[in-house]
Every structure is written in C-alpha cells, then in structure tokens.
Design a protein around this ligand. Structure first.
Ligand SMILES: CC/C=C\C/C=C\C/C=C\CCC/C=C/C(=O)SCCNC(=O)CCNC(=O)[C@H](O)C(C)(C)COP(=O)(O)OP(=O)(O)OC[C@H]1O[C@@H](n2cnc3c(N)ncnc32)[C@H](O)[C@@H]1OP(=O)(O)O
Length: 281
C-alpha cells in the first residue's frame, strides 16, 4: 500500500508503466499509465504450475488491481510457450493433509476473485493452457491466443473430474453441447479449433499483439458507466459465483474424498511419470 502511495507521487510523464507488486513474488502487476490497464503476469518456472504459493500471489494481485482503480486486468505469462500447465499435480499427489485443504480453498478464492472481478478482464494466452490454466483464461471476459498452442479442460484424460464451477465457467463461453462433449472427452483444442468453437475470441501472432488486442477489448468499455457495467457483469455471473459460495465446504470435502481415492492417486502417479519421461526425451 505504502509502495502504491509513494509511486503515485512520481510524476506521470516519467513512468510509462508502474510496477505495483514485487518481482520476488510469483506474479507481477504492471499498470500502464496511459491506459490504466493492469497486466498481471504469472511467473513460476518451469510451467506456471498452480501451487498454493502461486495461487496466493494471484489472489493478492487481483485484489491489488481491484483496489488500485485500474481500468482492466490482462492475465498473461512470462513463459514464452506456457500460459499455465494448470494445477500443480504435486499438490494433489500424495498430498499433505493440511496443505491440500489450503490449496483447494485458495483455488476457490482465486476463481471467485477472477470470475467475479469488477473490472473488465482479458487473457493474453501466450502458450499452452491445459486444465487449471484454461480455467483461469476462461474466467476472463475475453481471450486472445497465440497460434500453435493448446487449451482445454483435459481433466478426464488424467482420470479426474472437473468440478461444477469449472463446468460453469466453460458453459459461460461454449454452447452446452460443445462444453459437455469436450469436457467428457478431456479435449485439448488447438488455437485454431479454440477460435472456431468460441473458446478464444481472437488469434494474435505475438504476445505484444495479444496484449494490444486485450487492451482494445478493455477500451470498448471506456465510455460505458463503470458501475452499470460491473453490476451488469455481476448479474450475469452471480448464479455461478453464489453456487460455489454456498457450497464451498462441500466442494472442498468432495475434492478431498475424490483425490484421496487410491485409483485416483495411482492415475496421478502414472501421469506424473509420463510427464517426467517426456521431459527427459
Ligand atoms: C464425483 C466427483 C465430483 C466432483 C469432482 C470433485 C473433485 C474434483 C477433483 C479434482 C479436480 C482437479 C482439477 C485439476 C485441474 C488441473 O489443472 S490438473 C493439471 C492438468 N495439467 C496438465 O495435464 C498439463 C500437463 N503438462 C503438460 O502437458 C506439459 O507439461 C505442458 C504442455 C504444459 C508443457 O510442456 P513442455 O514445455 O514440454 O514441458 P514439460 O512437459 O517438459 O514439463 C516441464 C516440467 O514440468 C512438469 N510439469 C508439467 N506440468 C505439470 C503440472 N501440471 N504439475 C506438476 N508438474 C508439471 C513436468 O513433469 C516437467 O518436470 P521435470 O521432468 O522437469 O521435473
């Protein structure tokens, strides 16, 4: 907060972008002084796996952006080929009892904050975006993706089940038939396929272009009353948000029960091994 206040004393002409949060975190927030748009960058090598710490930083950054009167939020990644590999499977495989509770609760918090954000949101998807990565992108209002990557909720491919609020997020974008079929299949879409079904809104040839297209989307609200816009967005999303708010504890218990099933643990172990083997080749 202190940092933010001090930065606001710096004459505007001298800084094009203000770094609002520290680079020692797993996320950074940069606010463009001209547009007032905040870019939230995930930075957890090697693949932006969503572990407890990255989720905590994501939530803090979203709150920071909500609090600093930014005109919009663009979510992206510092990794040139991976937006996010989704949930860090190591959080769910042979989990620590307390940590896995905190982990899932934190994921719920991030989704509630991002899907329910009062500012316009967009994702510049500059790399692969499976499962939890897709959830984050899909929680935004607009998506611009770079070619030759993949995106989708692939949970069934891992022998796990996307919970109701993952499904609601998909259903807020895709026609019901497409959402149901691709979730059942655990389908990963190429960039071009994602555009065709409407999972992404535009394709860009570089990260810079993706960020610019996201900024253009956010600028479409420049002349719309911010309160009217955000209340309208809230009305569209409130049923989904309320459902998770009402069922948070049951959702956590269901997750814990499911993830601790021996067959699920075995499947996750095999999947992790296959990822490791692939990365060694
Ligand atoms: C009845 C039930 C009712 C309701 C349901 C109740 C509960 C629900 C229960 C569970 C819900 C869980 C929801 C889960 C969501 C998820 O997000 S699961 C994660 C899914 N993610 C993936 O499948 C992606 C896997 N990764 C990849 O495909 C690739 O890594 C990549 C395309 C992202 C990147 O490819 P490369 O650049 O080639 O990188 P590498 O593959 O070599 O990876 C480097 C390194 O990183 C490790 N790694 C990759 N992804 C993950 C990950 N998600 N978690 C942990 N670690 C990961 C990989 O193993 C390599 O490690 P090293 O070998 O270098 O040690």
């Amino acid at each position: 907060m202190m940092r933010t206040k001090l930065l606001s004393l710096v004459p505007r002409a001298t800084v094009a972008c203000r770094h609002m949060s520290s680079a020692t975190k797993l996320t950074t927030v940069e606010v463009n002084d001209k547009t007032g748009i905040a870019t939230l960058t995930m930075n957890r090598p090697p693949v932006n796996g969503l572990n407890l710490e990255l989720l905590r930083d994501l939530q803090q950054s979203i709150e920071e952006i909500e609090g600093n009167k930014s005109c919009g939020l663009i979510l992206t990644s510092s990794n040139p080929t991976i937006f996010s590999a989704g949930l860090d499977i190591l959080e769910m495989y042979k989990p620590d009892k307390e940590r896995i509770r905190a982990f899932w609760t934190q994921l719920q918090d991030v989704w509630l904050a991002l899907y329910g954000s009062s500012v316009p949101t967009a994702a510049a998807i500059n790399g692969h975006s499976p499962a939890g990565g897709c959830l984050l992108a899909a929680s935004c209002e607009y998506r611009v993706m770079l070619p030759k990557f993949t995106i989708g909720l692939n949970e069934t491919q891992l022998g796990i089940v996307a919970p109701q609020w993952f499904m609601s997020t998909y259903l807020s974008i895709l026609p019901r038939r497409e959402a149901e079929r691709s979730l059942n299949q655990g389908r990963m879409f190429t960039t071009e396929e994602a555009l065709r079904v409407g999972l992404v809104d535009e394709i860009a040839s570089s990260k810079e272009e993706a960020l610019a297209k996201c900024a253009d989307f956010i600028a479409t609200f420049a002349k719309v009353n911010p309160l009217a816009r955000s209340l309208t967005k809230q009305q569209f999303r409130s049923a989904d948000l309320q459902q998770l708010e009402n069922e948070r504890v049951q959702d956590l218990e269901k997750f814990l029960f499911f993830i601790n099933q021996p067959a699920v643990q075995k499947g996750l172990g095999i999947y992790l091994e296959s990822l490791k083997k692939k990365s060694k080749n």
